[in-house]
Design a binder for this molecule. Structure first.
Ligand code: NAD
Ligand code: GLY
Length: 360
């Protein structure tokens, strides 16, 4: 088992990564100490993983909430359903909420934990590659609003993240690929060596070879943990983790939540960010091609869908990185180095959106 630490002083916590962790009785005891636990999961995962997880909670009073599956259910109404269960099943302030699932369950469960009785402890047991490399780490929780992605939320760090890599063997192919988009993101913003490694090992990852999966989960979590430790509340450097996300969130929003997977939208969004970086004279055409080529090999989309550029721009303007009406973008200086930029020529962005979105 690999154990990493997200170093946040008194709120520091471990990320445990390994095979067979869901069968290791007692593994969560140091954080539970026999406290009541509400497990939040969804209808797809419950039949397969709820029982093993309940086995990890022996000694605690447990309850469970089984949510409908999908991004379309990442809403305040669904969070309310969890809060109702906490109240009805009489969970107190010392209870623990455990999110078992992908980023959707992790984000909603974490949000319910952040606001129930002004905040209760929570544990993340991520079961998608995306959640194991990204969403379970760092304490961003929340739900979507009809006007935009993740507009309602709270920072609430977990007590521990437990990533059993065996769960990835049941993950649908399309979801595995979506998770790989976030791994490519780490290479692009912080680690040119990881990007090069991905170019050589793409097939091993797609075959789900355990050693390759362990490598990318570990390296991604190391990078994310370091960024979060430095800038927990996204006052600066943490914004780099949003490479491709301002474009990507607009794709998700305009296409209707659930039609494009988050990771797919991020993949096309990173290509849009790379193209804009090229238009600003930062990247050359060869680097843009290299990025598109790796994402294509991983089976990810590299172009946005045909969309009205005005609607798209409006969706981008709902992004949480907007300050004083200016859309801030994460752009690439080179593979392995990114920057947050707000003083770019607006006309240049409008021109790119006009060309790319009509071609879609
Ligand atoms: P998801 O949670 O919707 O899971 C994808 C699908 O796979 C679902 O149908 C789920 O039921 C299924 N699934 C999950 N684990 C499985 C398994 N082991 N075997 C079989 N099926 C399984 O999607 P996701 O990609 O994990 O997460 C996307 C969400 O994460 C988005 O809402 C995004 O905004 C959010 N996100 C949050 C952060 C953060 O920092 N909080 C970061 C990145 C993304
Ligand atoms: N996924 C972006 C962040 O955690 O900051």
């Amino acid at each position: 088992m690999i154990s990493l630490t997200v170093d946040l002083g008194p709120r520091s916590y471990p990320i445990l990564i390994g095979s067979g962790l869901l069968t290791r009785r007692g593994l969560l005891d140091p954080w539970l100490r026999k406290r009541d636990v509400l497990v939040v999961t969804n209808e797809t995962l419950a039949p397969v993983y709820l029982e093993p997880v309940l086995g990890l909670l022996a000694g605690s009073r447990t309850g469970s909430v089984i949510l409908p599956d999908g991004e379309a259910h990442k809403t305040l109404a669904t969070a309310g359903y969890i809060l109702d269960a906490l109240v009805e099943q009489r969970f107190g302030r010392d209870a623990v909420l455990l999110s078992l699932g992908g980023g959707v369950v992790g984000d909603i469960g974490g949000f319910a934990a952040a606001i129930y009785q002004r905040g209760i402890d929570f544990l993340q047991v991520p079961t998608t590659l995306l959640a194991q490399v990204d969403s379970s780490v760092g304490g961003k929780t929340g739900v979507n609003h009809p006007a935009g992605k993740n507009l309602i939320g709270a920072f609430h760090q977990p007590l521990c993240v437990l990533s059993d890599t065996d769960t990835l063997q049941t993950l649908p192919e399309r979801e595995l690929r979506a998770g790989l988009a976030e791994v490519v993101k780490y290479g692009l913003i912080a680690d040119a060596e990881l990007f090069g490694w991905l170019e050589h090992q793409a097939d091993a990852l797609l075959r789900r070879e355990p050693a390759a999966l362990h490598h990318v989960i570990r390296r991604s979590c190391e990078i994310k943990a370091a960024v979060v430790a430095e800038d927990e509340r996204e006052k600066g450097r943490r914004a780099l983790l949003n490479l491709g996300h301002t474009f990507g969130h607009a794709i998700e929003h305009c296409a209707g939540y659930g039609n494009w997977l988050h990771g797919e939208a991020v993949a096309a969004g990173m290509c849009m960010a790379a193209e804009f970086s090229r238009r600003l004279g930062w990247l050359d055409q060869g680097e843009v091609r290299r990025i598109r080529s790796l994402l294509s090999r991983l089976g990810l989309p590299v172009d946005p869908p045909a969309t009205d550029p005005v609607d798209f721009h409006h969706a981008m303007a709902m992004d949480k990185k907007v300050i004083a009406g200016q859309i801030r973008l994460v752009l690439l200086r080179e593979v392995g180095e990114a920057d947050v930029v707000s003083d770019y020529p607006a006309g240049l962005l409008a021109e790119q959106l006009g060309t790319q979105l009509r071609a879609g």
